[in-house]
Design a protein around this ligand. Structure first.
Ligand SMILES: Cc1ncc(COP(=O)(O)O)c(C=O)c1O
Length: 478
C-alpha cells in the first residue's frame, strides 16, 4: 500500500456523488471513475467504512455495500489489517477497454498527426549517421531548433532570441520544471477553473495551494474573482491558458490579458502562460500575438511562456519549450538535471525541419479541427438539444453544460457503452464542475457522430434512474 486517503479527502474527491439510486452504487461508481482517471492512484488505502459513512452522512451498511461492489468489479481488495486498497486496473478490470474493441476514447484531446510528419521523420532518418556522432542530448536543446522557435515568436509579434528558449519533452515537462523552480510548499498559485488537470497536478505536486479563478464559456475570465485572488492570496505564480483555454476553448480579450498582467505585477507573481493550444484557431474573430507581447505594455511583470508541437504537429513527437528571460533559462537549466538530461536529438531534428512549414501545418490543423467542432456542435444540438453547447473558435474541446450535476454518472454510463470521456470534476481546482463535461473534437465526423449517439443513449439511461432528494428529476430536462 502506498498512501492512505482520509474520509475528508475522499469526500472532496467524490463531490456531489448523490446522483442516483441506490446510494451504494452511486458511491461505488464515483470511486471507479476516480480510479479510472487516476485521481486515486493504485494501492491507495480507502478510509474505514465507519469513518466514511459518518463523513458522507450515510449508514455503514451503505459504505460496506459500495466497497463490496468495488471488490466484485476488481477495483479494490480488502485485506485483514490494512482495510480496503485500490488495485491497479489491468486489462480484465471492467471499464478498462482498448481501442481495438471498437471503443471511442475521448479522454485525451489529441489531434491525429500532421500528415506530412512521416515524411519529416524519413528525411531526418537520412541524416542519422551524422546525428549519432553527437552526444544526442543536452539540457537546453539543439541550437537550430531554438533559433527556429525564437524566429516563430518573432513572426507572431514577440521578438525573441534563441538564448531565451529551452527545449523540453513536451509542454508537460516544461510545466513541471517551471513549477519546481517557482513554487515551494505552501505557496499560493492562481489557476483557472476549469483547467488542464495535469498542470494542476504538477503545481499540487510542488505543495502549492491552488486558488481558482472561474472561466465561464461565453463570458470569459472572472476578473473580479481574479483581482480578489491576487490581492488576498498574494500568489507566487499564476498558471493561465489565454488562447483556446483547455477545456473551455475561450480566449482572453486584450483587456483581460492586461488585467492579469497588472494584477500579477502588483503582487510580484510570475505568470506561467501555457500557449500549447494558442495557434489552434478555426475561425477566430480576433487574433492575438503571444500573451507576453500584449503584456509587455504593463512592464515589470515576470512572464514564462510554454509552448509545444503536441497539438499542432503530434503529441508523440514530445517536443515542447519554455520561453523566458535569459536568467530564468539559466536557472531552469540548473534545475532540469534532476528531472531529465534533455530532449532526444532525433525528435529535435524533426521538429527543426517543421518550423519553416508552420503556416501550412496550421492551415491543415484548422481544417481538421473545424470538421470535428462542426460535427460535435451539430450532432449535439440534434441529439441532446437541452445541453448547453458553446460555439468555440478554436482549440481542441467543447465544455458542454449538462444542466444537471451528472457528469460523473454520465461518464460511467457512457463507459459501459464503449465511450471514454473525462468528467467535469477532473478539470476542477477545488471540486465542482459536475454540471459540465469536456467533449474533445479531435476526431473525425464519423467518430463524433458515433460518440454523440452513445452519449444520447447514456443520457437516456440516466433519465431512467430514480431521482434522489436534492437532485431535480433528470427526465425534466430531456
Ligand atoms: C493546455 C495544455 N498544456 C500542456 C499539454 C501537454 O502537452 P505536451 O503533449 O506537449 O506535453 C496539453 C496537452 O493536452 C494541454 O492541453
Amino acid at each position: 500500500m502506498d498512501s492512505r486517503l482520509s474520509a475528508r479527502s475522499l469526500e472532496t474527491l467524490l463531490g456531489p456523488w448523490r446522483t442516483r439510486e441506490p446510494a451504494y452504487e452511486a458511491i461505488a461508481d464515483s470511486v471507479r471513475l476516480l480510479c479510472l482517471d487516476n485521481r486515486i492512484a493504485p494501492r491507495t488505502a480507502l478510509p474505514a467504512e465507519r469513518e466514511l459513512a459518518t463523513r458522507l452522512g450515510v449508514s455503514r451498511t451503505t459504505v460496506a455495500a459500495a466497497y463490496r461492489s468495488l471488490r466484485d468489479s476488481g477495483h479494490i481488495e480488502s485485506l485483514r489489517g490494512s482495510g480496503s486498497v485500490t488495485l491497479p486496473l489491468g486489462g480484465s478490470a471492467p471499464g478498462r477497454f482498448s481501442a481495438d474493441e471498437g471503443v471511442i476514447d475521448l479522454q485525451q484531446a489529441s489531434p491525429s498527426a500532421w500528415p506530412g510528419l512521416a515524411g519529416a521523420y524519413a528525411e531526418a532518418a537520412g541524416r542519422t549517421a551524422s546525428l549519432v556522432t553527437r552526444t544526442g542530448y543536452d539540457v537546453v536543446g539543439r541550437s537550430g531548433l531554438r533559433e527556429a522557435i525564437a524566429a516563430h515568436y518573432a513572426t507572431r509579434g514577440l521578438p525573441t532570441t534563441s538564448a531565451q528558449i529551452m527545449v523540453t519533452n513536451g509542454a508537460q515537462s516544461a510545466i513541471s520544471l517551471v513549477a519546481s523552480l517557482f513554487v515551494s510548499r505552501g505557496d499560493r498559485v492562481v489557476i483557472e477553473t476549469p483547467t488542464y488537470p495535469h498542470a494542476a497536478d504538477a503545481f499540487r505536486g510542488c505543495g502549492a495551494r491552488l486558488v481558482g479563478v472561474p472561466v465561464v464559456s461565453g463570458h470569459g475570465w472572472d476578473l473580479e474573482r481574479a483581482d480578489h485572488a491576487f490581492r488576498r492570496a498574494v500568489p507566487t505564480a499564476a498558471y493561465l491558458m489565454p488562447d483556446f483555454q483547455n477545456p473551455t476553448g475561450g480566449s482572453m480579450s486584450a483587456a483581460e490579458r492586461v488585467a492579469f498582467a497588472e494584477a500579477a505585477r502588483q503582487v510580484g507573481a510570475t505568470l506561467i502562460i501555457d500557449e500549447t493550444t494558442a495557434e489552434l484557431g478555426i475561425d477566430r474573430p480576433e487574433t492575438h500575438p503571444p500573451f507576453a507581447a500584449t503584456a509587455a505594455g504593463v512592464g515589470g511583470v515576470s512572464i514564462v511562456t510554454i509552448g509545444s508541437l503536441g497539438k499542432t504537429v503530434w503529441g508523440g513527437l514530445r517536443v515542447g519549450w519554455i520561453r523566458a528571460e535569459i536568467d530564468t533559462i539559466r536557472r531552469l537549466v540548473a534545475a532540469r538535471t534532476a528531472f531529465d538530461l534533455g530532449t532526444p536529438e532525433f525528435e529535435q531534428a524533426v521538429a527543426e525541419q517543421l518550423f519553416p512549414q508552420m503556416p501550412g501545418i496550421l492551415t491543415q490543423r484548422s481544417g481538421l479541427l473545424r470538421e470535428g467542432r462542426d460535427a460535435a456542435v451539430e450532432t449535439l444540438a440534434e441529439r441532446l438539444p437541452a445541453w448547453d453547447v458553446p460555439r468555440v473558435h478554436g482549440g481542441v474541446s467543447l465544455w458542454v453544460g449538462l444542466g444537471e450535476p451528472l457528469s460523473s454518472s454520465l461518464v460511467m454510463t457512457a463507459r459501459r457503452r464503449g465511450l471514454l470521456l473525462s468528467a467535469g470534476p477532473r478539470f476542477a481546482v477545488d471540486g465542482g464542475h459536475e454540471r459540465h463535461i469536456r467533449i474533445p473534437f479531435t476526431v473525425s465526423r464519423h467518430t463524433m457522430e458515433r460518440a454523440v449517439d452513445i452519449l444520447a443513449d447514456a443520457w437516456a439511461d440516466l433519465a431512467q434512474g430514480v431521482p434522489l432528494e436534492g437532485v431535480e428529476p433528470l427526465s425534466s430536462v430531456i
